[in-house]
Write a protein that binds this ligand. Sequence first.
Ligand SMILES: O=P(O)(O)OC[C@@H](O)[C@@H](O)c1c[nH]c2ccccc12
Length: 260
Amino acid sequence: MNILDKIVIRKKEEVADAKRLISVKDLEQAEHFKRTPYVFKDFLLAPDRTGIIAEFKRRSPSKGLINGVSDVAEVTRAYNAAGASALSVLTDVDFFGGKTDDILAARAANNIPILRKDFMIDEYQILEAKAWGADIILLIAAILTPQQIIDLGQFAHNLGLNVLLEVHNQEELERSICPHLDAIGVNNRNLADFTVDIQTSFDLVNQIPDDFLKISESAISDPKTILELKSAGFNGFLIGENFMKTDNPGLAIQDFVSQL
Ligand SMILES: O=P(O)(O)OC[C@@H](O)[C@@H](O)c1c[nH]c2ccccc12
């Protein structure tokens, strides 16, 4: 069984447990549930922002522990100050070391869009995202049917949330594209076997219709790569490990941005 299958099996248990602990009604009564989410596009295309979606990531199945000490509010504030267009906060507990409180902490410290980075399989998780103050949810084509993508995308849109669809190849892109998406992300990492190749982004960019924001995800470690991806047509760049693996992720992004 590959890692993605394992994550989804565990995720189903996690969601079932969460549903027993906190009712939909409770989520809907959360303070953040009333706020109007930020619009992803406004920040991704803002001339005074970099297009970088900077990720807070403690660990991953491929790399193990990346950063066990940094504080989420402090790091995300520094990402924001350095010109990140949006923040990505991993909330998966067992495989990525996330905590549900991480989004609440990032939300309290920032006024730019936050992506709830998780393996979404159930509407309940979208309600959680809204209740925690997130603005964008991720739908991963590799773990969802086309119908699930339509249903979850529509559900998120009805709550005013933005939707980022993640694909890894042309087949996933073709079968998953639907109107209930705002952005399409090409993951340069194959989540089934962890191999990385930036070329995946260059190969797929022209297959993505222009009505969606185009985002290149993972394995970006060189400012030059951003310039190349930009000229190929990408609007956004999702970066985690390159910053989080350092002692000071906030300083790392500042240094990176100064080279753009
Ligand atoms: O740390 P990196 O290589 O910069 O990658 C960030 C982000 O793209 C990656 O964490 C990611 C992309 N898609 C995901 C889906 C689930 C969990 C994690 C991810």
